[in-house]
Design a protein. Structure first.
Length: 206
């Protein structure tokens, strides 16, 4: 479905209104799928006029891309990453900070977005980067800190290891449809990531 092209000029965009429309887009897409989603549904859910939607986006694909960007912004705050003094503590604190978002609805949302991206090759790279890269970057920073303070091996492949938990978490959530929960995270930490970095913890000895 193509929407009329964006108009230039006019009133200043309302960021809160934009966010409300994009969150409604995500909700509707999870409920009925990308193909069945209509602007009428989105406008009704967001309590916005159709004109407000038409002025902002020229297609449903464009709306989904902006919705993915919104989720990316909500997923992890790269400016306020935890700093507990140990990598294990940092990773657990990062999980705790966003635990409320890893509920069934959040998993369904990510799964729905992944399905849309698979059907829309033109936006797949952008969408997948938005869903996974924030977590890779957070892991990159936290692992880099561990190397810098001498906790992790200086020979560690930070770039590769920063992708371990996001990749395994994505597979678990999207393919296996299982929760990315604390037991899963601690298992990957203690049995995969920390040993690969040369870090031995009491939990890892057991």
């Amino acid at each position: 479905m193509a929407l009329p092209r964006k108009r230039s000029g006019g009133r200043k965009r309302d960021a809160e209104r934009d966010d409300a429309i994009l969150r409604a887009t995500i909700e509707i897409m999870v409920e009925v799928g990308f193909e069945s989603m209509t602007v009428d549904m989105i406008a009704a859910r967001a309590r916005a006029g159709k004109g407000a939607v038409y002025r902002r986006w020229s297609s449903k694909v464009e709306m989904v891309l902006d919705a993915v960007a919104l989720i990316k912004r909500d997923m992890v705050d790269l400016e306020q990453l935890p700093d507990t003094g140990t990598l294990r503590g940092d990773m657990l604190a990062l999980f705790a900070a966003r635990a409320t978002e890893r509920d069934e609805q959040f998993t369904r949302t990510i799964a729905a977005l992944a399905a849309v991206l698979a059907q829309q090759p033109g936006i797949a790279d952008t969408g997948h980067a938005a869903l996974i890269e924030p977590w890779v970057e957070a892991n990159r920073v936290l692992i880099g800190r561990a190397v810098a303070r001498g906790e992790a091996s200086a020979a560690a492949d930070v770039e590769a290891l920063s992708q371990v938990i996001p990749s395994m978490g994505g597979y678990r959530s999207l393919i296996q449809r299982q929760p990315f929960d604390l037991p899963f995270l601690t298992g990957v930490l203690d049995n995969v990531l920390l040993p690969a970095l040369g870090i031995v913890t009491e939990a890892g000895k057991n």
